[in-house]
Design a protein around this ligand. Structure first.
Ligand SMILES: C[S@@+](CC[C@H](N)C(=O)[O-])C[C@H]1O[C@@H](n2cnc3c(N)ncnc32)[C@H](O)[C@@H]1O
Length: 292
């Protein structure tokens, strides 16, 4: 990121009194073959999203226990899911997505990764058909809620999460937040233009425009009827995290797996990861793991 330019945008966001209307995603489901391949490439090793996936894998550590059955809602090509599942070989993960094209790529990814603790299921996250009441230990959803068409569907999705989760279940939700200025949206979308495909750039801009506001997300998660903490990147809600209270201690074995994942990132990804962690720390959220 160009730090001085970013700081100017963040300060202007902070000072701005304008409110941008939400623009729902032109296509809620990602079905176009070129678009989904572009998204999948961006999340692979050395792709522009790889460090963000590792960041969510680390931030979600406290909510996943050994032995858990974990749902990843709108898992897409499973790049994020694989990073999380690799850290928790003793938990079982089910990725759900309504795009059969995405799930086909996810299957390819799973086969290459050789993980045996992940399965996939075609389904709509606002219905969760096929999942019985109170059978799931943990629900994750990263960078996907903005694909829902409106706050009614967001609320319906939260009711489904509440239905399938066990009493003491964990929740980790992460998404972009709605920014106040078009110029800030453009800054984030075009800042790394040389590292991303044209299709990914369009996708990224659509995502920022479709992002729900912090207030909309907070109102909807109240339907979960459990204690969730809300965190945001400092000065502006570029990214928002909503996480339930810690359910586990991070032991030395898990710490080692996190360290192994960190050193697998390239130097640029480690720098980006550290910057994102710093940005959240300024917003009040510490990393749950000691990384070095
Ligand atoms: C931007 S991708 C995010 C994928 C993944 N969670 C990640 O962090 O990389 C959004 C995904 O949401 C899926 N999606 C959108 N609406 C959905 C719905 N109602 N039910 C299930 N999946 C949905 C899309 O098909 C797409 O795969």
């Amino acid at each position: 990121m160009s730090a001085p330019v970013m700081m100017v945008h963040l300060l202007l966001e902070r000072l701005s009194s304008s409110v941008l209307a939400r623009e729902p995603e032109p296509q809620a489901l990602m079905e176009d073959a070129d678009q989904i391949r572009a998204f999948m490439q961006s999340g692979r090793s050395n792709g522009i999203l790889n460090y963000i996936h590792f960041f969510h894998a680390v931030m979600s550590l406290p909510v996943i226990r050994p032995g858990d059955v974990v749902l990843d809602l709108a898992c897409g090509p499973a790049n994020q899911l694989l990073q999380i599942a690799r850290l928790h070989p003793d938990a079982r993960f089910i990725g759900v997505d309504a795009s059969s094209g995405m799930l086909a790529l996810a299957r390819e990814n799973l086969a290459q990764a050789g993980l045996s603790n992940v399965s996939l299921q075609l389904g709509d996250i606002s219905r969760l058909d096929g999942f019985a009441d109170a059978t799931i230990d943990c629900v994750l959803c990263t960078m996907s809620l903005h694909h829902l068409p409106d706050t009614d569907m967001l609320g319906q999705t939260m009711r489904q999460i509440r239905r399938v989760l066990r009493e003491d279940g964990g929740v980790y939700l992460a998404d972009f937040g709605r920014l106040k200025r078009r110029a800030t949206q453009s800054f984030f979308v075009y800042d790394r233009i040389e590292q991303q495909s044209d299709l990914f750039t369009v996708d990224f801009l659509n995502s920022l425009r479709a992002a729900f506001s912090q207030a909309e997300l907070q109102q909807s998660v109240a339907l979960l009827e459990r204690e969730l903490h809300v965190y945001r990147t400092a000065l502006a809600p570029f990214m928002l995290l909503l996480r339930s209270v810690a359910r586990r201690h991070i032991d030395a074995e898990l710490e080692q797996r996190v360290h192994d994942g960190y050193v697998r990132l390239n130097a640029g990804e480690r720098r980006d990861f550290n910057n994102l962690a710093r940005w959240f720390r300024l917003g009040g959220l510490e990393l749950p793991s000691r990384l070095s």
